[in-house]
Design a protein around this ligand. Structure first.
Ligand code: COA
Length: 301
């Protein structure tokens, strides 16, 4: 049985007239996400919850089980999700959204099996992301080369230094983050104080790398958000040290996930595979050709 229905997100129906008796689609997604966090969403659920709450949804259910979901706003699809055998249904839901929202700008889509979504929907691939889950053993202490030290970020005084380091790690991009934005992240429910740390060079008396990790209590998920090493210190194994230390600091979580880019120059999938991440799932950010749009920043790590 396929039931296709339009569900309103919670922020659009403050009176909750219908949602009192019927769960919102976000509430239906949450238990699924808890069972298989690495198979759903290209970024942790807690980071996109507010966006999803403001979305409309088209969903397909297989009896009582949710099998495909499209969450969309006024001009973009924010999320698609499907169990592999329902890829065809998901494609039909996307077409329905395109009919409802003619000004659609981009569509994040999880690749399902071998389906070439971009070809079937006449869309371009704007970016490819991965999402993976840590499968390695419980990590022990991480050995750090002499002269380097790991220090936890103090959000009271270190945020400008952290912002500078993060910006310097992407010399080809314009400044993309500042201390104010980091302060907002440090107040978010997913902020995990132990997960923000520097790799410091004691001789230079300054950080040369950093990691930012979060934790979502509702899904018991620890996630690696950012790992950076300054350009001139790369290729010496420091990225792996930061990733291992992040895993160690997140080890108490029910699962540890990471998402990131598969496109050069930020293709970091191999680094995480080397560190014990597996079950890689690929997402593609799809967009309509020849439409002016803001750069896609789908990858979180
Ligand atoms: C990604 C990054 C942290 C790696 O730092 P690093 O200190 O050079 O990493 P390591 O020396 O530990 O590299 C270990 C392995 O990771 C992989 N790797 C590292 N950087 C990579 C890149 N840019 N592309 C593909 N693979 C990469 C390689 O497999 C490498 O193994 P090898 O040395 O045997 O080839 C660093 O390049 C960086 O800060 N990049 C910009 C920020 C970024 O993209 N961060 C990741 C997402 S937040």
């Amino acid at each position: 049985m396929i039931l296709s229905a339009l569900y309103q997100g919670r922020t659009r129906t403050p009176a909750r007239t219908s949602s009192a008796s019927r769960p919102t689609t976000l509430e239906l997604i949450e238990p699924l996400y808890k069972k298989a966090p690495h198979l759903t969403l290209y970024t942790p659920l807690c980071k996109v919850r507010d966006v999803l709450m403001g979305c409309n949804y088209l969903v397909s259910t297989n009896g009582r089980r949710l099998s495909s979901v499209v969450a969309y706003g006024d001009d973009s699809i924010e999320l698609t999700w499907s169990v592999p055998e329902r890829a065809e249904t998901l494609r039909n839901l996307i077409v329905q959204v395109k009919n409802r929202v003619p000004t659609l700008t981009f569509l994040p889509v999880m690749e399902t099996g071998r389906t070439k979504w971009n070809e079937e929907l006449s869309l371009q691939v704007l970016g490819r992301c991965f999402r993976a889950i840590y499968e390695g053993p419980k990590p022990g202490p991480v050995s750090v080369p002499a002269g380097l030290r790991i220090l936890t970020v103090d959000p009271e005084k270190d945020l400008p230094t952290l912002a500078d380091l993060m910006n310097s790690a992407y010399p080809s991009l314009p400044r993309f983050i500042d201390a104010e934005r980091l302060a907002v992240a440090a107040r978010a429910p997913s902020y995990y104080a132990d997960g923000w740390f520097f790799l410091c060079d004691e001789t230079l008396a300054r950080p040369i790398g950093a990691a930012v990790c979060g934790y979502c209590g509702e899904t018991d998920e620890g996630f690696i958000d950012w790992v950076q090493v300054l350009p001139r210190f790369r290729g010496r194994g420091l990225g792996v040290i930061l990733a291992r230390e992040a895993i160690r600091r997140l080890a108490a979580a029910g699962c540890i996930t990471v998402s990131g880019s598969l496109d050069a120059p930020f293709a970091v999938g191999e680094l995480y595979a080397d560190c014990g991440f597996g079950q890689f799932r690929q997402w593609s950010i799809l967009g309509q050709p020849a439409v002016a749009r803001a750069p896609v920043s789908g990858a979180t790590a």
